[in-house]
Design a binder for this molecule. Structure first.
Ligand code: 2NL
Length: 348
């Protein structure tokens, strides 16, 4: 058989084989076997040395033609297969946009967090920083720098979870404030901050005690800060959380870290101050402790008490939430019962 006939057969056989191909992988195999380096066409082209000078260009150009035809047929087949595959995919993966969506259940911030958020917004609006820090603390920041030396009897007031002699679960968020005072450059202006967070006490849980609860402490230090600034600030808090008709009353008290120290009451929300069982007929409800920062606390943080002074307060969002919503057992906030928690959902 002449080389030309051989090439003709190759072309016909190749085109016939191509018709039977139905997937990309088989098509690629056929392309390699026909047109690849080890394929029959390459072999024919290699054998052309044996041909005469007249035959060589004729067979050569025919071989090229066969190769081009096969290549074109393969390309066409590939295009057809690709198009079929895409059509199949589009059909199979079709999305019915008219199907109803799956309902998602949306969570909401915990009721205590909602109160903290509200307080953060209020104080951020007055130019305070919100600073948070570790719940596992050093004795030094939690007690020592708050004017509670090792032998201080007030340490008994706060039964503490100790990790080691020097490391403990913070009993208040003041350690964050001690750090802030230490760091603050007072030549750049006043320090105004609140520190919200979880604190721990070695209490036995009951309706009014939890070994874990929340605190939001506030601290302002500058020149010429007075107790009137403290009272005005606490009035803003009362108005924000409870409403404008609520008043604030300060009563003398004692904390080791403030001097003088006060306890702040607000108008009883239950009887509008007339006197009822909630306020034990006083017309007032105790909501927080506060005072003017003790000079020792300032000194220990490297602040000169002859130049600077300020107020501090500590309030309990748990107690606020109990008062605001009439919750009579603090443990509800920590039991994670969604039937309780969903009552404070802001979903419409
Ligand atoms: C309360 C009352 C209070 C403070 C916390 C404080 C922080 C610094 C300096 C001085 Cl850095 N004081 N915090 C002051 C007064 C009261 O908390 O009833 N705590 C359970």
């Amino acid at each position: 058989m002449s080389l030309k006939d051989e090439l003709s057969d190759l072309l016909n056989q190749g085109l016939a084989d191509l018709k039977k191909i139905n997937d990309q992988a088989a098509l690629n195999d056929l392309r390699v076997s026909l047109l690849g380096k080890k394929g029959p066409i390459t072999k024919v082209l290699r054998g052309m040395g044996a041909l005469s000078a007249e035959e060589r260009p004729v067979v050569g150009s025919f071989a090229n033609e066969v190769r081009d035809q096969l290549q074109a047929a393969i390309d066409d087949r590939k295009k057809a297969l690709d198009a079929a595959k895409l059509a199949r995919q589009l059909e199979e993966e079709k999305i019915d946009v008219t199907l109803p969506g799956k309902p998602t259940t949306r969570g909401n911030a915990h009721v205590i967090q909602q109160i903290i958020d509200q307080l953060e917004d209020l104080f951020l609006g007055m130019g305070y920083q919100v600073l948070t820090g570790p719940e596992v603390e050093e004795d030094r920041y939690n007690f020592e720098m708050m004017n509670l030396p090792k032998d201080h009897p007030a340490r008994d007031m706060q039964d503490t979870f100790y990790i080691t002699n020097e490391i403990l679960m913070r009993t208040q968020t003041s350690p964050m404030q001690a750090r802030a005072m230490e760091k603050h450059d007072f030549s750049q202006g006043p320090l105004k901050m609140i520190s919200p967070g979880v604190v721990y006490r070695r209490d036995t849980d009951d309706p009014t005690h939890s070994h874990q609860f929340h605190q939001v402490e506030g601290l302002v230090i500058d020149k010429h800060i007075t107790m009137a600034d403290l009272k005005g600030t606490l009035e803003l808090v009362a108005h924000e959380l409870f409403g404008d008709r609520f008043n604030v009353r300060l009563r003398p008290s004692y904390f080791p870290f403030t001097e003088p120290s006060v306890e702040a009451d607000i108008t009883c929300f239950n009887c509008d101050g007339k006197g009822c069982s909630v306020c034990k007929c006083t017309g007032w409800i105790e909501v927080l402790g506060a005072g003017m920062v003790h000079p020792n606390v300032l000194k220990m943080a490297g602040v000169d008490p002859d130049v600077y002074g300020g107020f501090a307060f500590g309030m309990g969002p748990d107690r606020f939430a109990m008062l605001k919503y009439g919750v009579d057992d603090i443990r509800n906030f920590y039991l994670d019962d969604v039937r309780f928690l969903n009552q404070f959902s802001m979903k419409g």
